[in-house]
Design a protein around this ligand. Structure first.
Ligand code: NI
Length: 170
């Protein structure tokens, strides 16, 4: 497993729509392993393949010690109820801001062995899934903050540590 470089805002791949994976083979599993390593090293609560410069629909999340891998994720059965919560992005470190997200979702896709999976999720993990699926569609969390004055610069290390528990950084 290798820690890969995380693509930063301004690089075009972050604004492109990622392509569907046609077959979950060893090269995809290798990508997944590297994404997990990169996410944990950062540390972050999620990562999408375009963030390691691969234009494919693959995401990983790590919230409350639960590691998830979804190939070709699709959000189905989203609850109508929304909640505001803070997010930051590994492709835009040093910034945080409040984003409205659906509280409960069901994600469908493929596992790392290519089998269909369905995950019911809520709260921070559901938020991480929505943040990552956005990345696959070229959307950044800042695009979902209409009032840009709500974007906040993380100034100190202490502030960063405090935020770790209270935001999705992915
Ligand atoms: Ni992100």
């Amino acid at each position: 497993m290798t820690v890969r470089r995380i693509v930063q805002l301004g690089e075009p791949i972050l604004r492109q729509k990622a392509k569907k994976v046609h077959r979950v083979d060893d090269s995809i599993r290798h990508l997944i392993d590297d994404m997990i390593e990169t996410m944990i090293d950062a540390p972050g609560s999620g990562l999408a393949a375009p963030q390691v410069n691969v234009p494919l629909r693959v995401i990983v999340t790590h919230v409350d010690d639960e590691l998830r891998v979804v190939v070709n994720p699709e959000i189905v059965d989203a609850s109508e109820e929304m909640e505001e919560g803070y997010e930051g992005c590994l492709s835009m470190p040093g910034w945080t801001g409040p984003v409205d997200r659906t509280i409960q979702i069901t994600v469908r896709g493929l596992s790392n062995s290519g089998k269909p999976i369905k995950i019911k999720s809520e709260g921070w993990e559901a938020r991480a899934f929505q943040h990552e699926v956005d990345h696959l569609n070229g959307i950044m969390f800042i695009d979902r903050i209409d009032d840009k004055s709500k974007l906040h610069r993380v100034e100190t290390e202490a502030e960063e540590e405090e935020l770790e528990e209270q935001q999705v950084f992915a």
